[in-house]
Ligand binder design. Sequence first.
Ligand code: HEM
Length: 100
Amino acid sequence: MTRLREPRRFADPDRFWPQRPDNAHLAFSGGIHYCLGAALARMEAQVALAALAHRLRDPRLVDSAPPYRPNTHLRGPERLLVAFDRLDPVSRFRGTDRPI
Ligand code: HEM
């Protein structure tokens, strides 16, 4: 059983509950079975999100000052809502750090 569905750790573990309190990030598990590919998976996500961001036409922040998580260790926005006019087709991006 995955830790994310562990009833001893999470109340009502099968319920989709985005605002769940005490919602520790365990997507890569933890302890001795911590995902060996976590660093690669994070790098892949960075590449994929950058590729997606390059395809957005006229992207802009919805909140001028995005709310930050009240967490001194894992600093970052609670959410980052981005509005855009449209999404360019995949063929405009060749996987470099710049759109063509
Ligand atoms: C978003 C992508 C990924 C997620 C969410 C993820 C998640 C997980 C989770 C939850 C576990 C623990 C499983 C358990 O406790 O039985 C795990 C283990 C593992 N993952 Fe990943 N993983 C990802 C990507 C990868 C990649 C890219 C690789 C390898 C290239 C990888 C290799 C492994 C290995 C070898 C284990 C077993 C570790 C052990 O049992 O000691 N994972 N992963």
